[in-house]
Design a protein around this ligand. Structure first.
Ligand code: AKG
Ligand code: FE2
Length: 217
């Protein structure tokens, strides 16, 4: 009997995993701050309600979204873009909560991006059955800045592919408190999220909230 093999099978996944050059998954990195992150996200959602953007082609996006920070990501018939005001209210987006910004900057540094300056935080809400189809994040001005993505609530399967849509993506299970960072040679990697499986999270209930921080402007 190979005891080494047996032990390996029982070990949890490593805390840090490289997905691709420039792309790192830090498991549980946001776990300790999760209640504060969630409270901050709830404040944002109370000030700028979740909504379903229309794609430029007129289709309602499955993921409900809102933003905080100086810039927010919006989509409508005119296209995808960042803007400083919430089109629903005409008001500036809620401020980026320091607990979110500070974690994102610290994690970016740990992942090899020491000068991350986030000015946009997208809040995504997934309910069971909600997918996010494969896409690139390329509406930002400075593609040298990475993306930091914090998962809260129900688990999800993140799809991380290559620089062409045709490349078959790898599947990475994401749990509450996991943080992903991608940039550098992976900055324009295609990625998405599989339809959320039904379930109930003790803190968030039947949903997954994802906070994605970027330098957009
Ligand atoms: O929810 C996620 O994990 C990914 C979100 C994402 O790719 C995006 O908002 O552009
Ligand atoms: Fe994305």
């Amino acid at each position: 009997m190979n005891l080494d093999l047996f032990d390996d099978a029982l070990e949890p996944p490593p805390a840090r995993q490289d997905l691709a050059p420039g792309a790192v998954l830090l498991r549980g990195r946001a776990l300790a701050q999760a209640p504060q992150l969630l409270a901050a996200a709830e404040g944002v959602m109370a000030a700028a309600a979740l909504r379903h953007w229309l794609t430029p082609g007129g289709r309602r996006m499955a993921v409900a979204m809102t933003n905080c920070g100086p810039l927010g990501w919006v989509s409508d018939a005119r296209g995808y873009r960042y803007q400083s005001r919430d089109p629903l209210s005409g008001q500036p987006w809620p401020a980026l909560p320091p607990v979110i910004a500070e974690l994102a900057v610290a994690v970016a540094e740990e992942a090899g991006y020491p000068s991350f300056r986030p000015d946009a935080c997208l809040v995504n809400r997934y309910l069971p059955g909600t997918p996010l189809s494969l896409h690139q994040d390329r509406d930002e001005q400075d593609l040298r800045q990475p993306i930091v993505s914090i998962s809260l609530g129900l688990p999800a399967v993140f799809l991380f592919g290559g620089l062409s849509r045709s490349e078959r993506p790898a599947r990475w299970p994401l749990q509450h408190g996991d943080v992903l960072v991608w940039g550098g040679p992976s900055r324009l990697a295609f990625h998405g999220v599989q339809a959320l499986a039904p379930g109930r999270h003790p803190l968030l209930g039947e949903q997954r909230i994802n906070l994605t921080l970027r330098c957009a402007g």
